[in-house]
Design a binder for this molecule. Structure first.
Ligand SMILES: Cc1cc2nc3c(=O)[nH]c(=O)nc-3n(C[C@H](O)[C@H](O)[C@H](O)COP(=O)(O)OP(=O)(O)OC[C@H]3O[C@@H](n4cnc5c(N)ncnc54)[C@H](O)[C@@H]3O)c2cc1C
Length: 305
């Protein structure tokens, strides 16, 4: 059970930062609480009593999103369900609906934030590989005296290992900013211990832009999760594909490289076997999503998005 001496619900970022700075050691921030509540269950964190919890869900500055200058700024309280239901987000972040549909279930998706998923810094988090592929940056804010000061880091600098981030004491994540990939096709492949409501063992994301005829790879973004302490972007694989005519052969050539990236401590052979097929499937599904007329080598599972 999770209990606390004080439960705060600030309405502004400044109020939240002031409460966070003054909070006694051991206090926690809470957004959707979908990580914190299971952690504080018998058998995980056990019975947990905290001095204070600061609930960010009503902080107006952390809600909503905006699109400007080729970037999408997602307030830290944007929850996964929005990537399925919001038409603008679906259009600008084409891999996110594919990620969201495999993420937990409707109930959890309504609560779980992308920012909380990233801050939790699990090697198996579904949200981080897509953000990496979208050139994501994590925006943070803290207080200097009474002034709110902000900074940003690319997601791969923000994540420093399992459970570790670059957040400094007193800081709160305010937003996740990503490239707008309007006109790209997206895909997300995931496998875990069972079919649904499961953390990924391996996941792969692809975003693909083609020429208007769907015959040339104009821009490919690929990333893998669950294969080591942090997700990885596959820049060298992207380089094989960018600018080349689309064919099954070049996809197979590119997909042969990723197994060497598996650096997890467990089930390495399994992950190596999965990764190659996932990268291939992700590229093919993203091409189909972009409307490119590639004939898949074999029938892929139909998307649910
Ligand atoms: C049944 C179930 C199924 C799940 N399925 C999946 C799945 O398929 N894939 C997957 O990746 N995850 C899954 N999860 C994990 C979970 O839903 C995510 O990690 C979630 O996105 C965390 O976001 P939250 O808003 O609930 O964070 P919280 O639980 O509120 O917080 C998580 C951590 O982030 C910190 N935090 C939150 N917001 C901020 C902020 N703005 N600034 C600084 N720190 C912050 C908190 O202090 C805490 O340490 C599942 C969880 C459950 C219970």
């Amino acid at each position: 059970m999770l209990t606390c001496d004080q439960y705060h619900m600030p309405a502004t970022l400044h109020e939240a930062l002031a409460l966070w700075r003054a909070a006694p050691e051991g206090s926690r921030l809470v957004a959707g609480a979908t990580d914190i509540l299971p952690w504080a269950r018998e058998g995980r964190g056990g019975n947990v009593h905290l001095p204070a919890m600061i609930d960010l869900s009503r902080v107006a500055d952390l809600s909503g999103y905006s699109v400007a200058d080729g970037r999408v700024r997602l307030g830290a309280n944007v929850a996964y369900q929005q990537f399925l239901t919001d038409e603008t987000l679906r259009r600008h972040l084409p891999c996110m609906p594919y990620c969201a549909i495999w993420f937990a279930d409707d109930q959890i998706r309504e609560q779980a934030t992308l920012a909380g998923n990233i801050v939790n810094a699990s090697p198996a988090a579904d949200g981080t590989p897509p953000v990496l592929a979208l050139n994501g940056e994590i925006e943070m804010a803290g207080l200097d005296g009474d002034a709110v000061v902000r900074r940003s880091l690319p997601v791969d600098d923000f994540l420093q290992g399992p459970g570790k981030t670059a957040l400094q004491p007193g800081e709160i994540v305010t937003a996740v900013t990503c490239d707008s990939l309007q006109g790209y096709g997206g895909s997300f492949q995931k496998v875990g211990q069972r079919r649904s409501l499961v953390i990924s063992s391996v996941c792969a994301v692809a975003c693909v832009k083609t020429d208007p005829g769907g015959t040339v790879f104009e821009d490919v973004r690929l990333a893998l999760g669950g294969i080591g302490p942090v997700p990885v972007r596959l820049g060298d694989v992207e380089a094989i594909l960018n600018g080349k005519p689309i064919s099954q052969d070049i996809i197979a050539e590119a997909s042969a490289i990723p197994p060497s990236r598996v650096a997890s401590r467990t089930r390495q052979d399994y992950r190596r076997a999965v990764v190659r097929g996932f990268v291939e499937a992700a590229i093919e599904e993203a091409l189909a999503d972009a409307g490119a007329p590639l004939q898949a080598a074999r029938e892929r599972e139909k998307s649910h998005v």
